[in-house]
Write a protein that binds this ligand. Structure first.
Ligand code: SF4
Length: 499
């Protein structure tokens, strides 16, 4: 889209303006000499520095439609903010007005562009502000709807409880299996999904197990305590039961596991789940499993190119429930092509009736690497009404059924600017999701496409080490994150504490 920025202040960079545009124009690219029908013009000026007074003017256009928004004056935030806030507020309010005038609908998350709104809510709760004050901050200062403000604060309050006993040297471990039986149309994840590439799995496992042993050794040498293990993908249950056994035994021998260690295996695609595999998973100490249908409509599954049936999901779910895992999770996606109000509601009912402990409701997000594209390419919910209504319905219905939100994140280019929320029955929260999503603690990762994040004790610094995205490249990688690098990162903070 064409973007013209006349920013006469020292606040906010061009990237911020682009991110703001994506809220109303998901999936847009910002290229020079752009020929698309969409454009945005931003004017921002500070008129009185001492009193944080600004003038902003935004013009948005789409095809032959055009609309404007204005802001002029100052604003007193409900909670003291840094100087950037005032510029963001002036610009954000004019942008929302222009967008509303152009498209005829507001944005549930106001002008918050960040992907982790709960982190913001928790930040203020941790500093002693009340839930009501934080809700006011979201509603009045960031123009977030009442529903999303209370959702953020409710989620943050539950996270506060979950994280109360998590210590500085606690950490998580993620193990990546980036292979899937076939590729779903909406997926942008780098995952190998054809028979020829499956030939790499044995070699991949050998390398992965070497990395797991090295990582286990590093965790011990760093004096860290492992709270949670998560084996994700891709589709970990694409491995056969012998491979599953080898992998889990390797993990069990490489790290310290006790009764309190959370241990999750994301089976994912129901068409890969067998009783033998589930038994192998359970016998090796895994307590939590995920079986993900995304929808319980065969029609929708077909529309999204997810090559399994609803019956396969119910069969896999029944096997998992009968084996008595501590916790079973299911993922759904709102606003999938072909889904309707009736079929989405039925999906929610089905996972509630199965008695699952965690239900995660994602919203469809359109990525470049996926096969599904946004409007103009045939997607039917361009303004996201259905997406917003679906996640709202899920929140209310799951709330009635006793589920509470415990983690939440947003993605760019999500239909309807809606969010992804993990719901849980009481005391069944998955800690890994929160440690990772909120960047609260260090998470070591092993495997292609995964990222180790070392989080400093004060959470102000994160050191990332990304493994190569593709299994083929991963196999060639000689060395991952070394002990010396990790030790240097943490020792810096130990020294800081002494001075
Ligand atoms: S199973 Fe999951 S990771 Fe694999 S292709 Fe489908 S959506 Fe992507």
């Amino acid at each position: 889209m064409k973007l013209v920025i006349d920013n006469r202040t020292g606040y906010l960079n061009d990237y911020y303006f682009q991110t703001l545009c994506l809220l109303y124009f998901p999936g847009e690219k910002f290229k020079q000499n752009d020929t698309s029908d969409n454009s945005a013009y931003f004017y921002l000026e500070e008129t009185d520095k001492e009193n944080h007074m600004f003038v902003s003017h935004v013009v948005l256009s789409s095809g032959d439609r055009k609309a404007e928004g204005h802001f002029s004056g100052g604003y007193t935030p409900s909670i003291p903010m840094n100087d950037d806030f005032y510029a963001m507020n002036a610009l954000g309010k004019a942008f929302l007005e222009a967008g509303n005038n152009l498209f005829g609908f507001g944005l549930p998350w106001g002008y918050i562009t960040g992907l982790r709104p709960v982190k913001r809510a928790k930040y203020y709760l941790d500093r002693g502000y009340s839930a009501e004050e934080v809700i006011t901050l979201f509603e009045s200062d960031y123009n977030v709807s009442h529903e999303k403000s209370t959702l953020s604060v409710e989620t943050a309050l539950l996270q506060q409880k979950m994280l109360a006993d998590v210590k500085e040297n606690d950490c998580g471990l993620y193990v990546s299996i980036p292979f899937c039986p076939t590729r779903c149309d909406y997926c942008s994840f780098v995952s190998y999904s054809n028979a020829k590439l499956f030939a790499l799995i044995p070699e991949y496992l050998e390398k992965l197990m070497r990395d797991i042993r090295d990582t286990g050794d590093m965790i011990k040498r760093l004096g860290m305590n492992l709270l949670s293990i998560y084996i994700g993908g891709g589709t970990p249950s694409i491995l056969d039961e012998f491979q599953i056994n080898r992998l889990l035994k390797c993990i069990n021998e490489s790290v310290s596991i006790n009764d309190n260690t959370e241990y999750t295996f994301e089976a994912g695609r129901p068409d890969t789940v067998t009783l033998e595999k589930l038994k192998a998973v359970k016998a090796n100490g895994v307590k939590r499993i995920s079986i993900n249908p995304q929808t319980t409509s065969d029609f929708v599954l077909n529309e999204i190119g997810r090559k399994h049936s609803v019956k396969q999901f119910f069969d896999a779910a029944e096997m998992a429930m009968n084996l008595g895992f501590d916790s079973v999770n299911s993922d759904l996606i709102a606003a999938l092509p072909g889904d309707t109000e009736v079929s989405f509601k039925q999906s929610i009912e089905d996972v509630i009736n199965l008695g699952f402990d965690n239900i995660t409701v994602h919203t469809l997000s359109i990525k470049n690497a996926a096969n599904i594209r946004f409007v103009g390419d045939g997607y039917y919910d361009p303004e996201g009404d259905f997406a917003r209504a679906s996640v709202e319905y899920a929140r209310n219905r799951l709330g009635e059924a006793g589920y509470k939100p415990y983690y939440l994140y947003r993605q760019k280019n999500t239909v309807g600017n809606a969010e992804n929320t993990g719901y849980t029955k009481q005391n069944k929260e998955n800690l890994y999701n929160v440690l990772m999503m909120e960047e609260h603690s260090t998470v070591f990762a092993c495997g292609a496409g995964s990222i180790t994040k070392l989080v400093s004790p004060n959470r102000n610094e994160i050191l990332r080490h990304a493994f190569p995205k593709y299994p083929f490249e991963y196999l060639r990688e000689e060395k991952g994150l070394g002990f010396d690098e990790a030790e240097a990162f943490f020792s810096k903070y130990r020294k800081d504490d002494i001075h």
